[in-house]
Design a protein around this ligand. Structure first.
Ligand code: ZN
Length: 238
């Protein structure tokens, strides 16, 4: 085999391999072949969950297959019961088993302080810190015109009404530090501008354990302009 023939052979073989690899991976990703329609249906349902791909869905379903029927029945019953019976607190829109959530029902909490958050996950995150002892208001998102989310689609009117009805003294915004979050804070603040109320946002700055040189300019600038006295640095429980 001369040099020209050899080069041509290598090119041809490389091309063949890449074609084979591509078709194999496409087949693997798109066409998961099932021997059971029941199994396939279950995998497809799991794969609809956020962050769950087909491979993970299959692993979860096969795990359930190893369990006894009673365990799987308890699993599915818990999910159906949760979906059918769960409520949203009529006061703060947090998830609740009753009309009023445990946080709103707790009279030991500061009733005139409301922390405004985007979602129920934020309530869980803040509660996990055990540093906040007021109430919450779950907006259900933030104003984002590009995503078609306007003030009317959020629990903003009920917040304004709450501030009036409950004689709120402080509103703490704990929203995402981005344009949409700032827009939401600005919109709500304007709406309640005439109220004698203290409006604050959670501090934004360098993450604990982070290094200054890796912080972006906006974060660093906000950290400097929103500096706090050292005596307040070590957490005072609200
Ligand atoms: Zn509540």
């Amino acid at each position: 085999m001369d040099k020209t023939q050899s080069t041509s052979y290598i090119k041809h073989f490389t091309s063949y391999l890449s074609t084979r690899q591509t078709s194999k991976s496409v087949l693997y990703i798109c066409n998961m072949i099932f021997s059971s329609t029941l199994l396939e249906n279950a995998v497809n349902e799991f794969a609809k969950l956020p962050g769950i791909g087909k491979k993970t869905a299959l692993r979860l379903v096969l795990h359930l297959l190893k369990k006894n029927v009673e365990d799987v029945a308890n699993f599915s019953e818990a999910i159906v019961k949760m979906r059918e019976e769960i409520n949203f607190c009529t006061r703060c829109h947090n998830i609740s088993d009753k009309q009023s959530c445990n946080i709103c029902a707790d009279r030991a909490r500061r009733q005139h302080m409301i922390c405004v958050v985007e979602s129920i996950r934020d309530v869980i995150a803040i509660e996990s810190t055990q540093q906040y002892n007021g109430l919450y208001h779950v907006l259900g998102g933030i104003i984002s015109p590009l995503d078609g989310i306007g003030p009317d689609q959020l629990q903003i009117d009920s917040l304004i009404k709450r501030v009036d009805d409950e004689n709120t003294e402080e509103l703490i915004f704990a929203l995402s530090p981005n344009i949409q979050g700032d827009t939401t804070i600005f919109y709500i603040s304007k709406k309640i501008k005439k109220q004698p109320i203290k409006i604050t946002t959670i501090a934004r700055g360098i993450a604990f354990g982070g290094e200054l040189e890796y912080a972006d300019e906006m974060t660093l600038a906000r950290s400097i302009s929103n500096r706090i006295p050292v005596e307040n640095y070590v957490g005072n429980k609200l």
